[in-house]
Design a protein around this ligand. Structure first.
Ligand SMILES: NC(=O)c1ccc[n+]([C@@H]2O[C@H](COP(=O)([O-])OP(=O)(O)OC[C@H]3O[C@@H](n4cnc5c(N)ncnc54)[C@H](O)[C@@H]3O)[C@@H](O)[C@H]2O)c1
Length: 466
């Protein structure tokens, strides 16, 4: 290790190094808190002045970060935020956690990473450690980030240290958080890996070093592609079960009793969030650059993105059963966040289901305690909607209620009793009921079979976790 690396290692171990986090969103804000809590003087940098103001006013805007924790750290002077990249000059370590969306063409949109890295590069000084956390294609850190950071003349590995470490946060998960999810770390050389590992070890329970940034980048894409493909399989099996009159939920739960070689994934209205619907296409794009045509990713994408139409058809079939058409019917969507118990509607399949039903002439409303307002520009229905209270009267007024995201706070018994028809895409309502049409399950009848082996829990969260 060079003297510069030794110096930074000492500073990290003694908590004298000053930490910076660029991008204070779902990933960056919890990380900034963990670093500050671990004892580092921490500065968050974000281009959004509302987030900067909120942090400095000691108010959290991320559900997984409590305002009291944030307020305590800001109050003690251990955490602050700024929109000014000049702050980089006073930092020793920098974690970059900015968005990596897709363009309409499904190509990576690297503009946020480029802007953030350029902002850091303008104030880079010798001895610093830069870590990219944004999910991205294999090769980004070495091919895209490194040359931008070196543009001012400093050399990675000699003058500064560089690593990639994928973020694995699962918003809304009550068990796993930034602290107790193992952190994979791959530096461009051994000192970079060691320094990044030391930084995270101060705040995170287990560090998993790998041999390069490229491996670390690929780890994240394998994890998320695994999810996308298995959810795609579950969604296709659900459609087969629908045709064959078999209950997919009972099948998956029974299969999950196998103690080895099987992991349950559940069907649903499609993929949502910033990760699972997007990340696999970063890998697909990169593979195509080297002449390889990935088939699983594309196929899973096709199956999963067709699910909102499958659900809309299920609603049409359920209404048809009651001699009603979609056109002119009132449909109440329950849950528009992309997964249970969170407030994030990015890429939410619920919005696609609502849009398809609106296009077919339904009058769509929604209820979601986590999302009080749905702005007109956030969905194709193009009108602003407000969350309806979940009362017997609101449920009773709808021709069909469709459960899209199974928030724990919903009273499913009330939903079943007060609604004329329910289409349940999450197996949230236990048992067989004549007015409940479940995705991937036989059409209900008055003489439905008694419940057998039904899970006690609403559908687990395997569907759409970012
Ligand atoms: N949300 C998740 O569950 C999750 C999980 C794992 C990985 N990731 C990955 O982490 C990365 C960040 O995701 P997120 O959900 O936190 O996004 P986010 O949109 O919640 O937050 C990103 C933040 O970066 C800020 N930003 C954008 N450009 C900037 C710039 N040039 N300089 C400084 N700040 C800038 C934005 O204002 C925003 O506050 C993405 O690559 C994502 O794929 C997200």
């Amino acid at each position: 290790m060079s003297p510069g690396a030794h110096r930074l290692l000492d500073q990290i171990r003694s908590r004298r190094s000053r930490a910076g986090v660029v991008g204070l969103g779902y990933v960056g804000l919890p990380l900034a808190l963990e670093l500050a809590r671990a004892g580092f003087d921490t500065t968050g940098i974000d281009v959004d002045p509302r987030k900067v103001d909120a942090v400095n006013r000691r108010t959290s805007y991320i559900a997984d970060v409590s305002t009291s924790d944030l307020a305590a750290l800001v109050g003690e002077g251990r955490l602050r935020a700024t929109a000014d990249f000049a702050a980089v000059a006073g930092l020793d370590t920098i974690n970059i956690c900015v968005p990596t969306p897709l363009r309409k063409t499904k190509d990576p949109d690297m503009s946020f990473v480029a802007a953030a890295v350029d902002g850091v590069a303008a104030h880079l000084r010798p001895g610093m450690l830069v870590i990219l956390e944004s999910t991205t294609y294999p090769g980004t850190t070495e091919e895209f980030v490194r040359p931008r950071l070196e543009a001012g003349g400093l050399r990675a590995g000699q003058d500064f240290f560089l690593a990639f470490s994928p973020e694995r946060v699962d918003p809304g998960n009550p068990t796993f958080n930034t602290r107790n999810v193992p952190k994979v770390v791959g530096g461009i050389d051994a000192p970079s890996t060691a320094l990044a590992g030391a930084l995270y070890a101060a705040a995170i329970e287990r560090i998993v070093p790998v041999s390069s940034p490229r491996v670390a980048e690929m780890v994240k894409l394998l994890e998320n592609t695994f999810r996308a493909v298995n959810i795609g399989l579950a969604n296709e099996i659900a459609q087969m079960c629908d045709r064959l009159g078999v209950d997919v939920w009972e099948v998956v739960d029974a299969a999950a009793t196998k103690p080895f070689g099987f992991m349950p994934f559940y069907p649903g209205p499609g993929l949502g969030g910033h990760c699972i619907p997007i990340d696999p296409f970063y890998l697909s794009w990169k593979a195509k650059q080297s002449g390889f045509d990935p088939r699983f990713i594309e196929l899973a994408g096709q199956v999963n993105s067709a699910m909102p139409h499958v659900v809309a058809q299920k609603v049409a079939d359920a209404l048809n059963d009651k001699r009603k058409s979609v056109k002119g019917s009132s449909v109440l969507a329950l849950g528009i966040a992309y997964k249970r118990d969170i407030d994030d509607i990015r890429e939410s399949p619920s919005l696609d289901v609502m849009s398809v039903l609106t296009q077919k002439g339904a009058r769509v409303r929604y209820s979601d305690p986590h999302v009080p307002v749905l702005r007109a520009d956030r969905w194709h229905g193009a009108v602003e909607l407000h969350s309806e209270p979940l009362t017997a009267s609101v449920l009773g007024q709808a021709d069909c209620v469709v459960i899209l995201t199974d928030h724990r706070s919903f009273d499913y018994d009330l939903v079943r009793r007060s609604s004329s028809i329910v289409v349940d895409t999450r197996n949230a309502i236990e048992g067989h009921h004549p007015n409940v049409f479940r995705l991937g399950a036989p059409v209900p009848s008055e003489s439905a079979p008694p419940e057998a082996g039904h899970s006690e829990q609403p559908a687990p969260d395997a569907q759409a976790v970012a």
